[in-house]
Design a protein around this ligand. Structure first.
Ligand code: GLU
Length: 492
């Protein structure tokens, strides 16, 4: 490693769906690494054996790849400081634990869960902060032997120095200070020999020569515990930076209640990775100026921690939709059709193995609705009118439009103009609608609205000049006739 290389890491716990907050942390680290010619390490923090899974690790990896976030070292790619999965580093942690125990900076604690709970209850009842009061702090070798003979298991606790202010410069939040007296001696290794997050993370960040620890604000209160361990082990401190929480629009912590929260869900809904990257970058970072659309290269160039906000970021889905539609507009129809197909299939609008001809038609449908959608999963809803010949009146108002006494004449005239041809172009449709209006002395709306309603059951939707050519004359005629019949029979 050359002097001064910035080394960052993303260290997810593979315990469930990959939350967009995690993706944002990964992105910020990636942007910093790329901007500064640094290195990004991907480390898996899987010491929570019950909740961690390889499946979740795979999800995270795939989501990062999909977002275009790559890593220089870590799982899969390897590197000088591996292994990069915490459960594969247990012997490394054990070595340091022995040192801490030997120097008296840590000690074995034999208290049972019940005893600890009773202590907690007692402190709370007294109005004191619940913390470990140090019962096993000064056990003699003989005491320990006796406790072991009782069959008690032990954890390893870190001996927290008293009366120490723990102060650090957070790259996002400025000077942050904690008092060591508020922190009881904490467990660093559980009774099953597995280190806790606060301990493993310190050893890993130090041994992997991480220079900058940029992570979510929820870890701010863990930082003093980690700093004390760096000091006890005489390890150089990295720069810490804690990025603000992500809140929903109602200003409560972003959760499932606010809609999709995982990268996978956004991918499944048909959002584009470049849109999500653009949007996530703006969750807490704001460059100078009003620009909102940033290419990956621009983000790398402009990103800096100085412009990362201390106050919470608000997840605005409308903004994501707006950004996504911007990127969608740049896609060619073939790509957009590829994206639309799984959604159209799921909605039962198309089957498997489309013929070339059918696929070409579907592409035209996609092109006709693309301006109305923000993400691919919205396509079926807008495209349905092209596929479903069974027209349902959206509401009483639409049915009323078809009951206007002028409507039968409008329809007859319009169908008459189309008759004879199999296919019509948008221009021909436009001309026919215009001519009908002129002949019957009706304003444009009195012509196109009933036609639209008869064809789709709705007052809004794709342009008739796109819809009718794609339906063809036969389907257009049949739909209009059927809708008129329906209105007639419901009148009778
Ligand atoms: N494994 C931790 C998490 O997923 C990472 C914390 C850190 O970055 O230090 O929240």
């Amino acid at each position: 490693m050359s002097e001064g290389t910035m080394r960052l890491r993303f260290a997810p716990s593979p315990t469930g769906p990959f939350h967009i907050g995690g993706a944002r942390s990964a992105l910020f680290n990636w942007l910093l690494a790329r901007k500064n010619g640094g290195k990004l390490v991907l480390r898996i923090e899987d010491t929570d054996l019950e909740r961690s899974s390889r499946e979740s690790e795979e999800n995270i990896k795939n989501a990062l790849k999909w977002l275009g976030i790559d890593w220089n070292e870590g799982i899969d790619v390897g590197g000088e400081y591996g292994p990069y999965r915490q459960t594969e580093r247990l012997s490394i942690y054990a070595e340091y634990t022995d040192r801490l125990l030997a120097s008296g900076k840590a000690y074995r604690c034999y208290c049972t869960d019940e005893e600890l709970e009773a202590e907690r209850q007692k402190l709370m009842a007294e109005g004191a902060m619940p913390r470990y009061m140090g019962k096993c702090r000064n056990l003699s070798a003989a005491d320990e032997k006796a406790l072991q003979a009782e069959g008690r298991k032990s954890t390893v606790r870190f001996r927290v120095p008293e009366n120490q202010a723990i102060t650090f410069q957070d790259a996002v939040r400025g000077t942050v200070s904690f008092d060591s007296n508020g922190i009881g001696d904490y467990v660093i290794v559980k009774s099953d020999g597995i280190p806790v997050y606060n301990y493993a993370v310190v050893l890993d960040d130090a041994l992997m020569k991480i220079t900058h620890v940029i992570r979510a604000e929820e870890h701010l209160s863990n930082t003093p515990r980690q700093i004390l361990l760096y000091q006890a082990l005489d390890l150089p401190l990295p720069t810490f930076g804690h990025i603000s929480l992500i809140l929903g629009k109602d200003r409560s912590k972003m959760s499932k209640r606010h809609g999709a929260t995982s990268v996978e869900q956004y991918k499944a809904l048909g959002y584009l990775p470049e849109a999500l990257v653009n949007f996530l970058a703006l969750l807490g970072w704001s460059p100078v100026g009003e620009q909102e659309i940033f290419s990956r290269e621009e983000l790398i160039e402009l990103f800096s921690l100085d412009h990362v906000a201390k106050n919470p970021a608000v997840f605005d889905i409308d903004k994501l939709n707006w950004i996504n539609s911007h990127y969608m507009k740049q896609l060619d129809v073939a790509t957009l059709t590829e994206m639309a197909l799984p959604h159209l299939k799921e909605a039962g609008l198309v089957g498997e193995n489309l013929s070339e001809e059918r696929l070409a038609w579907v592409s035209q449908v996609v092109a006709a609705v693309r301006d109305y959608v923000s993400f691919a999963a919205q396509i079926p809803e807008h495209a349905a009118v092209f596929f479903q010949d069974e027209v349902m009146m959206e509401n009483a108002e639409t049915a009323e439009i078809l009951r206007d006494p002028d409507v039968p004449k409008v329809m007859d005239e319009f169908l008459h103009k189309l008759s004879g041809a199999e296919a019509v172009t948008g221009e021909q449709v436009q001309a026919a609608l215009k001519a009908v209006g002129k002949e019957l002395k009706l304003g444009g709306k009195k012509v196109f609205m009933p036609v639209r309603v008869a064809l789709t059951g709705k007052m809004h939707g794709p342009e008739l000049i796109a819809l009718i050519p794609l339906l063809g004359v036969a389907r257009t005629t049949a739909r209009i006739r059927r809708s008129m019949e329906l209105v007639k029979s419901s009148n009778a």
